[in-house]
Design a binder for this molecule. Structure first.
Ligand code: BGC
Length: 348
């Protein structure tokens, strides 16, 4: 990762990559007739809990910053997401924020937005193969590394850890990065015979029911003879835990996750899920709203990193993450106000 300080003058980026000339400090053509800038937020889905938090926090911050937001959610459908973006462009939004269902398919949306003179921020997931203006996310490789390190620390002395791996959606670039981070830690351990992967698969669209099918397939193939399920997020962990529950194995098998979803935090304190990764969504949503408002006003943005999206080095803002277990639940997600103690420890 290139960590050099990069001053990104968005107007210049736009003019270079799209041929548009946008005023550097003044309002672009679309803000002129409006009191408050209008930001378009195109989301993949609202079905998982985390994305509802992302939306609510983003809307709140944008409002505080004096901007309006038009939100669309595509229900995990690429055609629908392109239609959503088309509709936002028709509404003459001043900046677009996209959470792509499919990072590759949304390159077309970026090109359409640029043709209309609208800058695009890719939110959490990277849009690949296009002249993207900015990207904000967590350190996704590190997410995978922390999940795998957690397991590496639990290899039985003198023995090996028998593992089932559940990856996310193949259409999501993040899913590949999580796997890359996991591989960074696991490959040497697999080579040393300390970890054995007995079953692995990708959960289409990150759906819990698909993760449950993968766990069921593993149980059919290997019976109860495994120690851990490396689930890539809390939704897939939930699906896997349902399969374990049906076999009387919940709480006996280590299960990882990611997102600090309320249901996952509850499973952790109840002992059926072992860990999650807390990605401070308020930081992501707040910073993204700030950037989107700046983009809408055609102001320069400072980014410290770059991400290769297959076409350009996209100026990027990367946020840090933390692994959460029963031990530090109160000191992390609860302390941050991300989850209420009463909700997490409900009935305890
Ligand atoms: C996000 C995860 C999320 C997953 C499924 C990924 O791109 O980074 O936080 O759990 O998508 O929605």
């Amino acid at each position: 990762m290139n960590l050099r300080l990069l001053l990104v003058v968005v107007s210049c980026v736009l003019s270079v990559v799209t041929g548009l000339v946008v005023s550097r400090s003044g309002s672009g053509p679309k803000t002129a007739s409006r009191q408050r800038p209008l930001i378009g937020l195109s989301m993949d889905t609202l079905k998982e809990e985390r994305w509802q938090s992302d939306r609510d926090l983003f809307l709140k911050k944008a409002d505080e910053l004096g901007a309006d937001v038009a939100v669309q959610s595509a229900n995990s459908d690429d055609t629908r997401q392109i239609m959503d973006v088309t509709s936002l462009i028709t509404q003459k939004v001043d900046a677009l924020v996209i959470i792509p269902h499919n990072g590759e398919a949304m390159a077309k949306a970026v090109a359409m937005a640029h043709e209309a003179g609208i800058p695009v921020l890719s939110y959490d997931r990277l849009i690949t193969g296009c002249d993207l203006d900015l990207y904000i996310t967590f350190d996704n490789v590190k997410v995978g590394e922390l999940q795998a390190k957690f397991l590496a620390d639990r290899i039985p002395a003198g023995g090996k850890l028998r593992l089932v791996r559940i990856y996310g959606a193949k259409t999501d670039n993040n899913a590949k990065l999580f796997k890359q981070g996991q591989d960074n830690v696991l490959q040497p351990l697999i080579a040393a015979g300390k970890v054995e992967v007995l079953h692995e698969d990708w959960a289409d669209d990150w759906k819990p029911e698909n993760a449950k099918k993968i766990a069921n397939a593993a149980l059919t193939k290997i019976g109860h003879n495994f120690d851990a399920i490396l689930a890539s997020n809390d939704g897939t962990a939930g699906g896997a835990i349902q399969a374990l529950t049906e076999e009387g194995l919940a709480g006996k098998v280590i299960v990882t996750g990611q997102d600090a979803d309320l249901a996952a935090c509850q499973r952790i304190v109840n002992g059926t899920q072992t860990m999650t990764i807390y990605k401070p969504i308020p930081q992501l949503a707040n910073r993204a709203a700030e950037i989107a408002v700046q983009l809408a006003k055609r102001r320069p943005i400072v980014a410290k990193a770059e991400t290769d999206n297959g076409k350009i080095a996209v100026p990027s803002v990367l946020l840090d993450i933390v692994a959460v277990t029963q031990d530090n639940m109160r000191d992390t997600v609860v302390k941050d106000g991300f989850r209420k103690e009463a909700d997490v420890y409900q009935g305890k």
